[in-house]
Design a protein around this ligand. Structure first.
Ligand code: SAM
Length: 213
């Protein structure tokens, strides 16, 4: 996975490659999918959700330029895989998920694997996590119609937001950097396809349900 799916593409940050190689992806997928855990794609994890493709997890971490002293907000815990990888690059990861059953299994995995620098919460991640802001990086693992302004407010100066933005069928992976002078710089890293970000500043749950039919 590391050699063929990441390094052979454009994942060149050695810290990201090392963090990815340190997390056992099979622990984060259902038992009947253990054999295909290192394949080049997303996999179902229950509740109609997915664990993201390894390449996309690595790309988001690489463009977020996370350093060891950083506090990271991870929106869309899902299986907990991306939070686990991020926790090897950062000081602390705050991870939020709207499905209670997913957050419970993710928390259990973190305990079993000994990840102590991840705090999880059940709730609407489109509101961010105001009590723990500001964050040096905000990683959003679900696609929204636009960038919630609340994320920009919860970014530290010099911090980075990485999230898929666009219609539910396909999005652009966008990075917003908050500069030291408080301005924002936006760039994008091509097209991606994520499950919808559902919440107050994302898609409404009824709309997403209709779309998925
Ligand atoms: N990072 C996850 C992993 O490593 O398994 C994959 C995340 S999956 C592609 C996207 C997740 O975002 C889903 O679990 C979904 O329930 C969650 N999600 C969608 N909208 C959300 C919201 N407003 N707040 C929190 N989680 C949300």
């Amino acid at each position: 996975m590391i050699k063929e799916q990441l390094a052979a593409r454009d994942i060149s940050d050695p810290r990201v490659l090392e963090a990815m190689s340190g997390v056992p992806r099979e622990v984060f997928v259902p038992e009947d999918l253990h054999e295909v855990a290192y394949g080049d794609g997303s996999l179902p994890i229950g509740e109609g959700q997915t664990i993201s493709q390894p390449y996309i997890v690595a790309l988001m971490l690489q463009v977020a330029e996370i350093s060891l002293s950083d506090r990271v907000l991870d929106v869309g815990t899902g299986s907990g895989y991306a939070a686990a990888v991020a926790s090897r690059l950062a000081a602390h990861v705050y991870s939020i998920e709207r499905h209670a059953s997913l957050i419970e299994s993710a928390q259990q995995r973190f305990v079993e694997l000994g990840y102590r620098n991840i705090t999880v919460r059940h709730g609407d991640g489109t509101l961010g996590w105001p009590e723990e802001a500001p964050f040096d990086a905000i990683l959003v693992a679900a696609g929204g119609p636009e960038i919630p302004q609340v994320y920009c407010r919860q970014l530290s100066r010099g911090g980075c937001l990485v999230m898929p933005v666009g219609p539910e069928s396909h999005q652009k992976l966008v990075r917003v950097q908050r500069r030291a002078d408080n301005g924002f710089v936006e760039d994008d890293f091509g097209y991606v396809s994520f499950v919808p970000l559902i919440g107050e500043h994302g898609w409404s749950s009824t709309r997403a349900r209709n779309h998925n039919r």
